[in-house]
Design a protein around this ligand. Structure first.
Ligand SMILES: [Zn+2]
Length: 183
């Protein structure tokens, strides 16, 4: 609102709020997606041990409790999914706690007539990170939710005997997939 007096344009560094807002929006999306994974993990733990869900747990605690209660065969079968979820949780924790900063550099116009500040680096915490990284994070969180849902489905329908499992489209698709693989 008040043009700074006695300062050259070069001295007035932009706040970076515009870029921060977009990065924070992307962070928010990743965090919401992580909350969905957490809800699925709570559901998995409820199936494995209904008595274990009477207190709130962080996603990290949920996955530890789930691993404790899975037999070795199931653990081996789903180790890739459990790894993906664990990594996503770690990423989420970093995204939540760090803040976004935008670094600017002054560039003179080629015409020699003035110049402008251009954003040259964005940081999340102390790490160089941009919108592409945050989009990748969102994708990682989406994959973690899918992985958790696959484990949940496996636990719900693995015996294949319930009425629900017999008419479950996912189970049918899996069966077809196994037949196509020759096993
Ligand atoms: Zn099913």
């Amino acid at each position: 609102m008040y043009p700074p007096v006695g300062l050259s344009p070069e001295d007035v560094v932009p706040s970076g709020d515009y870029y921060k807002a977009e990065m924070n929006r992307l962070r928010g999306n990743a965090i919401v997606q992580a909350a969905e994974t957490e809800a699925v993990l709570a559901e998995i733990l409820r199936i494995l041990d209904p008595s274990a869900t009477n207190r709130t747990r962080t996603a990290g605690q949920l996955i530890a409790e789930i691993k404790k209660r899975l037999d070795a065969h199931t653990l081996g079968r789903w180790s890739w999914a459990l790894c993906a979820i664990t990594e996503a949780i770690e990423r989420r924790n970093r995204i939540v706690h760090d803040t976004v900063q935008i670094g600017y550099s002054w560039r003179d116009y080629a015409t020699g007539d003035g110049g402008e500040h251009v954003p040259v680096i964005s940081l999340l915490g102390t790490k160089d990170m941009d919108e592409v990284d945050l989009r990748n994070d969102l994708e990682r969180q989406q994959e973690a939710t899918e992985s958790a849902i696959k484990i949940l489905h496996f636990l719900q329908h693995r015996d294949g005997e319930s009425e629900e499992a017999r008419y479950c489209e996912t189970c049918m698709e899996n069966k077809e997939g196994q037949q196509a693989d020759g096993g």
